[in-house]
Ligand binder design. Sequence first.
Ligand code: GDP
Length: 474
Amino acid sequence: SKESSDAALIKMKSKLQACLDMTQNGKTAGQVNKENSPGEAENIDGMMARLATQQQAALIDVEDLNALNNEWRSKEAKELQDLVQKRIRYLQNPKDCSKARQLVCNLNKGCGFGCQVHHLAYCFMVAYGTQRTLIIRSKNWRYNSEGWEAVYLPASETCRVATGEAINWNGEQATKDIQTVSLPIVDGIINAPPYLPLGIPEDLAPRLLGLHGNPSVWWVGQFLGYLMRPQPWLQEDLDGVEKQSNFQHPIVGVHVRRTDKVGTEAAFHAIEEYMKHVIAWYDKYDLRMSKEKSGEKATRRVYLASDDTSVLPEARKMYPDYVFLGDTAIADSASLRSRYSKGSLRGVIVDIHFLSKCDYLSCTFSSQVCRVAYELMQTLHPDASAKFHSLDDIYYYGGQTGHEQQAVYGHEARSDTKEINMEVGDVVGIAGNHWDGYSKGIDKRTRKVGLYPSYKVKEIFKLVKYPTYPEANA
Ligand code: GDP
């Protein structure tokens, strides 16, 4: 109601004002706040800690404000998801496969599981954009020689084998009249169609923008959610692991990507760097609990996934007050092991599944494993766009069309810094967030590359004219 939203806004405003007052104090430390810390200057660490708690309290107000819309939000999210899933089912199940337009996607990209899943989802988006049924060719897949369908439900009930010879993609127009087209990996595509992340469908955009903090990732999640519907035996295994490991909320997911990635595609990060964000998440959680039910503190559960087996025992030793789940990589029965075929497949499937079910993720978005988890997470909440902290990259999708932002505040670079000037309305191509209040990018007006305050821009979501599939509703 309006009354409760006004009340929440007023509370939030007063907390933010108090934060401001405190930073003002900090500036003149030494002469202020004598009553609170008599005789000595306010110590910076103490002030930062108190500021952090105040900021958390303000964030709780924001959440409360958001929650006033929960009923509408859940309904809207469900409707949109149902609509898109219906369109996908329609596209994927043509009545007469021999006449259907088809897009063949080979699951033979030479890379890890997350990377291959992203390859499939990219194919799927192009299939949806060009109104072609997606046909997955995955025999002799490196993770299971029986193919994708041995693990996940087939992408189609009616159309799994291509009709005739597939012609290589060379542009949407050029292949318009060809029945069966084969799509290369995104790195090698020529005449790329507009149906790529981070674009979102124009027809749904007005609703998506009102619902979700990051419609681009929501859109990717829709395709992954469909592709990764488990086979019944896999569902059973996942349910079993959930019970056995006592997976319960609240729970924060941590993904630590090490081994071959470190020093090549990403930097090494110590467990403390990930845990810092887990601790902050639980501190805020407890603050909310203390407001709602005095005294109760959450059991601090963490689902810890890693390709480095030394991380879990190390974390347990370093954080005895936390309950770590995650030793689920190896299937214990021979029949299960043969289902997965390759030993490593269960580990990564189980880890991605449970990471996606966590309430928050602390990881590196340089890893496709964590990005897949984050994408799937969007299918489980009306808006889970803010439920993560990445230690390195911002969210991206391999092969994406540019990621742009627009200045809503002007900025004047301070001298002797790597900052750039911005005028209100400037379009900025973002390259990364430094997670210290600044992002790096290029101002497209001045062509200057450098840092700018992240809060001074807003996202530009690229609207793409995808087909709208009115037939799906018939
Ligand atoms: P990226 O290299 O991290 O971007 O992601 P990929 O999925 O493309 O390749 C990494 C591969 O390493 C995965 O497919 C897994 O086989 C393995 N891996 C990485 N992280 C984990 C993890 O947390 N758990 C398990 N079981 N395997 C992982």
